[in-house]
Design a protein around this ligand. Structure first.
Ligand code: SF4
Length: 237
C-alpha cells in the first residue's frame, strides 16, 4: 500500500469534515489547511529510484489524495496531468475517496470511456443527507470500480437504494481525534445487514475514538481502533 498526495489543503464541505485530520495535523505545524498547493510529490507515480525503477512498485494500491480532495476546484488545472500519470501507471491501482463526487466530470480525460481499469472511485456517505446526495451520482458515473465510505459514520444510514451490484465494497468506521463524535455499533450493524441482504462486501475498518455499544460509551485509544473493529469479526467478503 502506498500514498500519493499530489496536492495538499482542502475546504470543509460537509458534516464529515468537521474534525478533518488534515486540519488537525496542519494545526500542529501552524499550516493553513485552506491553502491548496501542489506537493513536491505531484509526479510520484512517475518518479524513479536510483536503480532506474519506479518508486511506486508495480502491483501497489495507491491511496490517492489523502491530504486533500481529488476533485477540489483549486485542483482543476492540475487534475488532467494527474489523470495522465494514473493512465500511464496501469500496473498500479489508484483508490480515490471524494466528498465532491458531483465534480467528477471536471477535467476527466477524453479517453476515460467507461473508466480506467486501475481506478476505484469511492464516495463518502457519513450521514443520510450526504448518502442521498452523493450515491445516486456515484451510481450514475462511469467507473470500473465503485465503493461507499461511511466514515466517520455519524448516524444510522440507509444505503439500501444504492447497494447495486456495481458497488464493490461498503466501509464503515468512526471518527478519531480528541473532538471525535460518537459512533454507535448499532449503526455499523445496520449497514452490515443492508450489505448482507444486497450481497455487497462490507468492511468494519475502525471503531473511532468514541464508540457506543449497548448504550455504553467506550473511549478507544487510536492504536486499538482498528484492532477492536477486527475483533468484532463482522466483515462480509
Ligand atoms: S473533503 Fe476530506 S480533506 Fe477536505 S476538508 Fe473534508 S475531510 Fe478534510
Amino acid at each position: 500500500m502506498a500514498t500519493w498526495n499530489p496536492w495538499h489543503g482542502c475546504h470543509k464541505i460537509s458534516a464529515g469534515c468537521q474534525n478533518c485530520y488534515v486540519y488537525r495535523i496542519d494545526a500542529r505545524y501552524d499550516r493553513d489547511s485552506t491553502k491548496v498547493e501542489k506537493t513536491a510529490n505531484f509526479n510520484l507515480p512517475l518518479k524513479r529510484s536510483r536503480d532506474g525503477g519506479y518508486k511506486l512498485k508495480s502491483g501497489e494500491t495507491v491511496y490517492t489524495c489523502f491530504t486533500s480532495d481529488f476533485f477540489l476546484p483549486e485542483a482543476d488545472g492540475w487534475r488532467a496531468e494527474a489523470w495522465q500519470m494514473i493512465r500511464l501507471r496501469q500496473d498500479l491501482h489508484f483508490l480515490i475517496i471524494t466528498k465532491r463526487i458531483e465534480r467528477f466530470f471536471v477535467a476527466l480525460p477524453a479517453d476515460w470511456g467507461s473508466g480506467y481499469e486501475n481506478v476505484t472511485i469511492c464516495a463518502t456517505a457519513e450521514n443520510q443527507d450526504r448518502a442521498d446526495f452523493r450515491l445516486p451520482l456515484l451510481l450514475s458515473l462511469p467507473a470500473r470500480k465503485k465503493e461507499i465510505i461511511c466514515e466517520p459514520l455519524l448516524e444510522a444510514v440507509d444505503l439500501t437504494p444504492y447497494l447495486t451490484p456495481e458497488i464493490g465494497l461498503v466501509v464503515a468506521g468512526g471518527e478519531s481525534g480528541s473532538n471525535a463524535r460518537v459512533c454507535d455499533y448499532e449503526w455499523v450493524l445496520m449497514l452490515r445487514e443492508q450489505c448482507r441482504r444486497a450481497g455487497v462486501p462490507f468492511y468494519f475498518k475502525q471503531t473511532g475514538a468514541v464508540f457506543r455499544k449497548d448504550g455504553r460509551i467506550y473511549r478507544i485509544p487510536r492504536r486499538l481502533q482498528h484492532a477492536q473493529a477486527r475483533k468484532a469479526g463482522i466483515d462480509l467478503p
